[in-house]
Design a binder for this molecule. Structure first.
Ligand SMILES: O=C(O)CCC(=O)C(=O)O
Ligand SMILES: [Fe+2]
Length: 354
């Protein structure tokens, strides 16, 4: 399976190796469920090893930069490849450009990392990542091999500019400090034993799921047409999969491989902590809360950004509810994480090679 597969429909799309979720037009399909043991024609063990090694390398780097123990970080979900292009979003879950806080959107995230797989201004235009800061926005230009990482709370409100042309690939890999939110690395074998359950899902039982597995299971019952060759026009948007595109896009694989083999250079962090940062951040919490209320005035949060994004289960509430939730989150974070967070660098990035 592949990032290239993401190219089979013309809008923003995601591929989650953990759950097997792949967005196709207005739907999600579960690749593991769909392909069963044929998944071995699509993915290889090496693909999964590559993904796992990149994940480990990013995790170690985050731990090092933020001064925490790598063993206290747990891979959490959703973790996914994304593909964005300039074609208008077909569903609200494609609307990646809204300002958001990952902790609110995804629930379990404590640290977000984004590994970019294509170059701003060469492979695509627009599509820069913007930290929406109180004083001024700070922008990260995606570059193949660049990893941007940051704490997932409201100190890092952000958005992605709309992609103007070309195609932008990235992987979102996120970590939780709560072992309860941990998931295992994806394994090729999951595709073979999907019916017996997915170990990562089992570990999350009893927890409000932010993943789309339920939707996928429903979708799994529907017919998805698989064909070889170009998609007949009338199948477009009907969840068709082009088998000929089911291979790792070579450039993407190359980038991942180069990341693993290159030494990690020491680079200045994108944003350095300052003595006054703690004060600024406290103001930031308030500003965010106010901005949040204004931005989403009259818009049920779930409709605009939650229900439309099946992996955003955590956001399926109204604006008033989301504000209550956010307030609770702020209080909780202030109490439990504030000290730790303000001691940390809040953001950093490195280029894995170049
Ligand atoms: O792809 C990116 O640069 C960021 C995407 C993002 O903010 C998200 O998925 O939460
Ligand atoms: Fe985000």
């Amino acid at each position: 399976m592949s990032v290239a597969l993401l190219g089979s429909v013309e809008e923003a799309s995601i591929l989650d190796l953990h759950s097997g979720a792949l967005s196709l037009g207005k739907h999600f399909v579960n690749l593991y469920r769909y392909f069963g043991d044929k998944i071995q024609d699509i993915f290889t063990e090496e693909d999964f090893a590559l993904y796992r090694d990149v994940r480990q390398r990013i995790q170690q780097r985050i731990a090092q930069v933020f001064g925490i123990s790598s063993s206290a970080m747990y891979l959490t979900k959703p973790t996914f490849f994304s593909r964005m292009n300039s074609t208008g979003a077909k569903t609200t879950h494609d609307e990646y450009w809204h300002p958001h806080v990952d902790k609110v959107t995804y629930g379990s995230f404590d640290y977000t990392s984004l590994l970019y797989l294509s170059d701003y201004s060469k492979d695509f235009g627009g599509g820069r990542f913007v930290f929406m800061d109180a004083d001024s926005n700070k922008t990260v230009e995606p570059r193949a091999g660049r990893v941007s990482f940051f704490t997932s709370g409201s100190e890092n409100l952000h958005r992605v500019e709309k992609v103007q042309w070309g195609t932008r690939f990235a992987i979102t890999i996120s970590f939780s400090c709560n072992p309860e939110h941990g998931i295992a690395d994806p394994l090729l074998g999951w595709g073979l034993s999907w019916e017996q359950g997915n170990p990562a899902e089992d570990r999350r039982k009893g927890q409000s799921s932010s993943c789309q597995v339920c939707d996928l299971q429903d979708l799994g019952k529907k017919e998805v047409k698989v064909f070889d060759g170009p998609a007949p026009l009338e199948w477009e948007g009907q969840g068709s999969i082009n088998l000929s595109s089911l291979c790792w896009e070579e450039t993407v694989k190359l980038v991942l491989t180069r990341i693993l083999t290159a030494p990690t250079p020491d680079k200045e962090p994108l944003v350095s902590p300052s003595p006054t940062q703690a004060f600024k951040l406290k103001a930031r919490w308030k500003k965010f809360r106010d901005a949040f209320a204004k931005d989403w005035q009259g818009v049920p949060y779930g409709d605009a950004h939650g229900k439309g994004r099946p992996w955003d289960g955590v956001c399926n509430y109204t604006q008033a509810e989301s504000q209550t939730h956010l307030r609770a989150l702020l209080t909780e974070t202030c109490a439990e994480e504030w000290d730790r967070r303000q001691k940390c660098l809040l953001r950093s990035w490195f280029d894995a090679f170049f």
